[in-house]
Every structure is written in structure tokens, then in C-alpha cells.
Ligand binder design. Structure first.
Ligand code: NDP
Ligand code: KPL
Length: 305
């Protein structure tokens, strides 16, 4: 399969390396000059608990590539999806599919400005990855990928992609209930990421406090209510279980939103808490906890952006 990974950061690096090492024809489309230079010079290094692997993968800006791809995988942060998908318009042909397993909500809508809705696959992944330096990705931990057509009828391509990922060592399944997985991950991220970013506490720091646990419980309750109103059968108990697992096992972890705030970078708050609040407003549902956390992160960001 001829695959363009758009965004060779933590997740793009993990997926791109695994797919290239399994024999797929992978190219990285990147915007960061430092990442392009590093990967051109010494390839991409993927460090996992079982091995350190290095793979040479073509990388460049979108304009450096020509011809169409079978699959375009968007792995930028949500706030770059729009510009990223527009930049690869010339690489999208009549049989090209696009995939987004980014966090948050609203990425498929942005991708559909370039790729027809019936050729978009959406999903969720809880595989972890960190960009340690340009071209060096660490992935320490288990996870999986669920994917399914966004609103198209053709399920066979989703199954083929799941099989291709599976063969590359990326645990993946085609999942007709993918919207449940997406919303439960949004609830998880909305709870942990925003509370950690605002309080500058690690995951464990939030879990150790009754106030932290009360905030995360409020976010989960509100997000699940919105999902259910939209016909998605998300379950608060499953999200609570995942959050409790993170409190117990990822005590020292700093979620990406906390890392972003510490580094004075833009966060994905509008695609996570903000996107749920937007849908809640459309449904006439009150989400006071989500709205307050959204405003607080915007206030923090606003001071340095
Ligand atoms: N990391 C994780 O463990 C997980 C992340 N996710 C989600 O996956 C998505 C990607 O996250 P992650 O890999 O961590 O992010 P990173 O910031 O590590 O990687 C994104 C990369 O995309 C680049 N980029 C920005 N704009 C463009 C563009 N227009 N064209 C091409 N590349 C571009 C960025 O460059 P620059 O730095 O210069 O902006 C960066 O190198 C997010 O939605 C995240 O929430 C989901 C599950 C787990
Ligand atoms: C573990 C997780 C998903 C928790 O919020 C995270 O670290 C992130 O989004 O960066």
C-alpha cells in the first residue's frame, strides 16, 4: 500500500516506522524543517521496550511529492488538520482514502473538504508515543486502534487497512462501534488533559486529590451525556475505569496538554473539551465543568500565544 503519513511527530513516527518496517511504501509529509532534516539524515528511530529500530523513509514538505497515494493518514494536532489536508490535495486521487485516528472531534469534517466523506475512515488509538527529539520516537506501552468508515458504505477498505496495520505490529480492528471508542477517548482526554494542564499536576497528582477526582468525574458525566444524546452508547463506567487505571499506573505521566502548556505551545483544547461543549450547546445540554475547563485552558494559552 502506498501510504502518506502527514505529520512525522510522535504518532506519525510510530505508525510510519511500523508500516515501513513491515514492507509498506511509506512517505512522510512534514512541516517541521528540523524533523525533515533529521529523518533525511539518519532515518526515523523507534524505541520500544523490546527493540530500537531505525528506518529510512522518504520525507519532505507536501510540495516535494507528486502522484497519488492509496492512503493518507493525518497525524498532525487537530488545529493543523485543515492546513495539512489542504497541502496534500494534489496527492489525493479518485481512489485515495484518508484516515484520522487523532484525538478529539471534528477532524473528519475538516478532511472532507479535500477527500470525499465516503472515502474517510475514522478511529481511535490509545497507543502511546513521545517525540523525544526530531526523528526519535519512544513508545512504551500497550494500546490498540479501532477504525471504521466515517459515513461511507464500503467496509472492505477499513478491514484491509486494519489487516495491514495488524501485520505491521499495530494492534488494530475494524469496529462498527467506532464512535463509542472515539467518544470514550474524548471523555478520557477531556478529563485528564485539561485538569492536568490547568493544575500543572501529573495524572497521579490529580488522582490523589478528591477535588481532582471530582472534576474528572464531572467531565466524564457531561461528555457521556452529550455522546448519548447524539445516539452514541458511550459508558461512563468504562471511561472511569480507564481514568482510574491511569491514576494508578501512570502516576508520574504528564498528559500532552500539560506538556504543551509548559512549553507554551498551542493545545488541542478546542478539539477536545471545546468540541464537546459545541455539540452540547447544539443539543441544549449544560456542560458547566467542561465549559469552565475549556475557558481556563484558553485563558492560560491566551497569555503566551
Ligand atoms: N502522542 C500520543 O501518545 C497520542 C497522540 N494522539 C493524537 O495524535 C495526533 C498527533 O499527535 P502527536 O503525534 O503526539 O503530535 P506531534 O506534535 O508529535 O506531531 C505532529 C507533527 O505534525 C507536524 N505538522 C504540523 N503541521 C503540519 C502540516 N501542515 N503538514 C505536515 N505536518 C505538520 C508537526 O510539526 P510542528 O511540530 O512543527 O508543528 C509535528 O511534527 C494528535 O491529535 C494527538 O492528540 C492520539 C493518541 C496518542
Ligand atoms: C495518557 C493521555 C492520553 C492522558 O491524558 C495523554 O498523555 C495524552 O493525551 O497525551
Amino acid at each position: 500500500m502506498k501510504i502518506a503519513i502527514v505529520g512525522a511527530g510522535a504518532m506519525g513516527g510510530l505508525f510510519g516506522a511500523r508500516l515501513a518496517l513491515s514492507g509498506q511504501e511509506v512517505s512522510f509529509v512534514e512541516a517541521s524543517e528540523a524533523t525533515i532534516a533529521a529523518i533525511q539524515r539518519k532515518g526515523l528511530q523507534l524505541v520500544t521496550p523490546s527493540a530500537t529500530e531505525r528506518v529510512m523513509v522518504p520525507i519532505g514538505r507536501a510540495k516535494d511529492f507528486a502522484g497519488t497515494f492509496d492512503l493518507v493518514v493525518i497525524f498532525t494536532k487537530g488545529f493543523h488538520t485543515d492546513i495539512a489536508i489542504e497541502s496534500v490535495r494534489h496527492l489525493v486521487g479518485p481512489t485515495t482514502w484518508a484516515l484520522s485516528v487523532q484525538n478529539g472531534l471534528g477532524n473528519a469534517e475538516l478532511i472532507s473538504k479535500v477527500v470525499p466523506a465516503e472515502r474517510i475512515i475514522v478511529g481511535m488509538t490509545n497507543l502511546p508515543a513521545d517525540l523525544v527529539e526530531p526523528g526519535v520516537v519512544h513508545s512504551h506501552g500497550d494500546g490498540h486502534i479501532n477504525l471504521w468508515p466515517w459515513n461511507g458504505e464500503d467496509k472492505s477498505v477499513a478491514r484491509d487497512i486494519a489487516e495491514t496495520f495488524q501485520q505491521a505490529g499495530l494492534p488494530c480492528r475494524a469496529d462498527p462501534e467506532v464512535q463509542i471508542a472515539i467518544w470514550e477517548k474524548v471523555a478520557f482526554n477531556a478529563a485528564l488533559n485539561s485538569v492536568c494542564a490547568i493544575t500543572r499536576q501529573t495524572v497521579g497528582g490529580v488522582g490523589d486529590s478528591e477535588h481532582g477526582r471530582s472534576l474528572t468525574a464531572g467531565v466524564i458525566r457531561e461528555t457521556v451525556e452529550v455522546a448519548n444524546a447524539l445516539g452514541v452508547d458511550a459508558q461512563a463506567s468504562r471511561v472511569e475505569h480507564a481514568v482510574n487505571h491511569a491514576f494508578a499506573n501512570h502516576h508520574q505521566h504528564k498528559p500532552s496538554m500539560l506538556q504543551d502548556v509548559e512549553a507554551k505551545r498551542k493545545t488541542e483544547i478546542d478539539f477536545i473539551n471545546g468540541a464537546v461543549v459545541e455539540r452540547a450547546n447544539e443539543q441544549g445540554i449544560d456542560t458547566p465543568v467542561l465549559s469552565s475547563l475549556h475557558s481556563l485552558v484558553k485563558l492560560i494559552e491566551g497569555a503566551y500565544l
